[in-house]
Write a protein that binds this ligand. Structure first.
Ligand SMILES: NC(=O)c1ccc[n+]([C@@H]2O[C@H](COP(=O)([O-])OP(=O)(O)OC[C@H]3O[C@@H](n4cnc5c(N)ncnc54)[C@H](O)[C@@H]3O)[C@@H](O)[C@H]2O)c1
Length: 283
């Protein structure tokens, strides 16, 4: 068991969506929250909400894709708080389309935030946690990293890398009393699509439909994450569909990828996917 109550926690991407929901869920457990985001205004809004819940913390502006800024943040919180117990690497972005159509700048943008941003967090926080005698790292990946969803190659690749990084850290950090959890949700409604870059109209429509009909909320995903951390679980796959598709892929990889190829064949596959999304079968 890991007792989250009263911990000193830094959450990246905490100005919106899951990061905000996690900040609030942890604040209601008496945690002090470092509300980190590239958007200072929304970070301040989250801090205000944290205070309304009776918690406290600090808003911090940074771009996680810049290593110097992540190092400065680690330095800041470890010095001013005397330590950080939990790092939640949550900030993420998405770009969709086909390989070859997606501009290389978009690949670099997604890798910069989703992979390098999380790696910088681990690189600068983990040695300090080791020095203080323990801690906890939560990396927010996605079911996309387990399932290689359609037309999301940069997103799939970064999230798969974060899952592999987290699995490695899990065994590497156990002797240092540092826990690791990797979060792999299917779709839930947040502001993620506002900054989404896309080169394919179907995929844009599909993403928006899955968000619109998503059954689970960010608050429910956050509650599942807190529970998993308390139980020191490595993987959190909150939605049933994520668990189901992940099992099918492991049991029958050929059939799984054949089905995805069918959905990529154009009109009929796309129409079935949209039909499923509207019935909440994909989230
Ligand atoms: N919403 C979903 O369906 C879904 C599913 C699986 C995984 N996720 C993952 O959950 C995490 C949170 O996403 P969300 O859905 O809450 O989206 P969101 O857009 O609502 O929140 C993301 C936050 O990250 C911040 N951010 C973006 N780039 C940043 C940077 N360079 N530095 C610092 N902050 C930055 C944004 O300002 C925003 O506040 C992401 O890692 C995302 O990939 C989301």
């Amino acid at each position: 068991m890991y007792k989250v109550d009263g911990k000193r926690v830094v959450v990246t991407g905490a100005g919106s969506g899951l990061g905000r929901a996690l900040a609030l869920a942890l604040a209601s457990r008496g945690c002090r929250i470092g509300v980190a985001d590239i958007n200072e205004e929304t970070a301040r809004e989250t801090l205000e909400m944290v205070r309304q819940k009776g918690g406290d913390g600090e808003a911090y502006r940074l771009d996680v894709s810049r290593p110097q800024e992540v190092e400065a943040m680690a330095e800041h919180f470890f010095r001013s708080w005397g330590g950080v117990d939990v790092l939640v690497n949550n900030a993420g972005v998405v770009s969709v389309g086909f390989v070859g159509d997606i501009p290389l700048e978009d690949w670099e943008w997604v890798f910069g935030v989703n992979f390098w941003g999380m790696l910088y967090g681990c690189h600068y926080f983990v040695p300090r946690m080791k020095a203080q005698g323990g801690g906890y790292v939560v990396n927010v990946a996605s079911a996309a990293g387990l399932l290689t969803l359609l037309e999301m190659a940069p997103y799939n690749a970064t999230k798969a890398a974060v899952i592999a990084l987290s699995e490695t850290l899990r065994s590497e950090l156990a002797p240092s009393k540092i826990g690791v959890t990797v979060v792999c949700p299917m779709f839930f409604n947040t502001n993620l699509l506002q900054d989404m870059r896309y080169t394919d109209e179907f995929e844009r429509e599909f993403s928006q439909t899955t968000f619109q009909y998503a059954r689970m909320t960010a608050d429910q995903v956050a509650a599942a994450v807190v529970k998993a951390v308390e139980k020191r679980r490595l993987y959190v796959v909150p939605q049933f569909s994520g668990k189901l598709f992940w099992s099918l892929k492991r049991m029958r990889p050929g059939m799984y990828h054949g089905t995805l190829a069918f959905f990529n064949h154009g009109d009929i596959g796309h129409r079935i996917l949209l039909w499923m999304a509207r019935r909440g079968l994909i989230q």
